[in-house]
Design a protein around this ligand. Structure first.
Ligand code: CP
Ligand code: NVA
Length: 301
């Protein structure tokens, strides 16, 4: 059975630490590997991407492998060829699939019918590679992760749900402030709490911001929700990460954003630019973290 990385909980607590430390060592140039020499990774992207696509393509090449990039427009995926057939075909050409799509169940179909590792490059439910990179970005600055208080302000979306799993795996405290109707999946929250994660939900952004070491936000309308933009702007009024909320956080609190950012919506330009070092480190760390994740799925870690 190949290893798959569909969400953060696919990593055992021990493996999560191993992957985190390995990504840091790769970034620092302390270790080098050509693990993917002779291997091909297929990138299937059903949604737009800058960071995830480029960082995976560069990561695979730096590890000695090659990539094939596929979108529905230029493949039979867009003409309704069943995913279970696509999975079986691609498994005969390539060594892994990195997939950005809508429902998480599509990844599960690829896992069920394919015979090579599948990596989640973002679904409507999770964005695990991004959040692992974000955890690395905190870890570089503040290695004692369990002592941290992290706040999430905004939509209870794919990023928020992966942050909940990260809180469970890495032990930090996480408070999410989301408006009613835009909260994370109740099952994901309940499972994390049952496993002992320190996760709190609130509707009040001030509660999430209070004494935070790190504050996080993301767009109010994710990819695929463009038609809801105006309705969401109204629902998220008061959830903008601005100087007022930053004033409640711990002095020195850093802001995180997975990008792309919508300045003037979920975050002010001032708060964004004041935290640009953190935010662009998160983007850089995609490259290093993805190498470690690829090493993990290929069972080299
Ligand atoms: N953060 C992130 O996943 O960016 P892209 O959509 O550009 O890949
Ligand atoms: N929540 C955003 C993340 C983009 C990287 C989206 O899904 O569009």
């Amino acid at each position: 059975m190949p290893r798959h990385f569909l969400n953060i909980l696919d990593l055992s607590p021990l493996d999560a630490q191993t992957v985190l430390k390995r990504a840091k060592a790769l970034k620092e140039g302390k270790v080098r590997t050509k693990l993917l020499d002779g291997k091909t990774v297929i990138l299937i992207f059903e949604k737009a991407s800058t960071r995830t696509r480029v960082s995976f393509e560069v990561a695979v090449r730096q590890l000695g492998g090659q990539t094939v990039f596929l979108t529905p427009n230029e493949s039979q995926l867009g003409r309704n060829e069943p995913l279970k057939d696509t999975a079986r075909v691609l498994s005969r050409y390539a060594d892994a699939m990195v997939v950005r799509t809508f429902g998480q169940e599509k990844l599960e179909t690829l896992v069920e019918w394919g015979s090579i590792p599948v990596v989640n490059a973002l679904t409507d439910q999770h964005h695990p590679c991004q959040v692992m990179s974000d955890v690395l970005t905190m870890f570089e600055r503040t290695p004692g992760l369990p002592g941290l208080k992290v706040g999430w302000i905004g939509d209870g979306n794919n990023m928020a749900q992966s942050w909940i799993e990260a809180a469970q795996r890495f032990g930090f405290e996480l408070t999410l402030a989301c408006p009613a109707g835009y909260t994370p999946d109740a099952d994901i929250v309940a499972a994390a709490k049952a496993a002992g994660a320190r996760v709190t939900l609130t509707e009040d952004p001030a509660v999430a911001a209070k004494d935070a070491d790190y504050l996080n936000t993301d767009v109010w309308a994710s990819m695929g929700q463009e038609a809801e933009q105006l309705r969401r702007e109204a629902a998220f009024e008061g959830y903008q990460l601005d100087d007022r909320l930053m004033g409640l956080a711990k002095p020195g609190c850093k802001v995180m954003h997975c990008l792309p950012a919508h300045r003037g919506e979920e975050i002010t330009d001032e708060v964004f630019e004041h935290n640009a070092d953190m935010i662009f480190d998160e983007a850089e760390n995609r490259l290093h973290m993805q190498k470690a994740i690829l090493e993990w799925v290929f069972e080299a870690l």
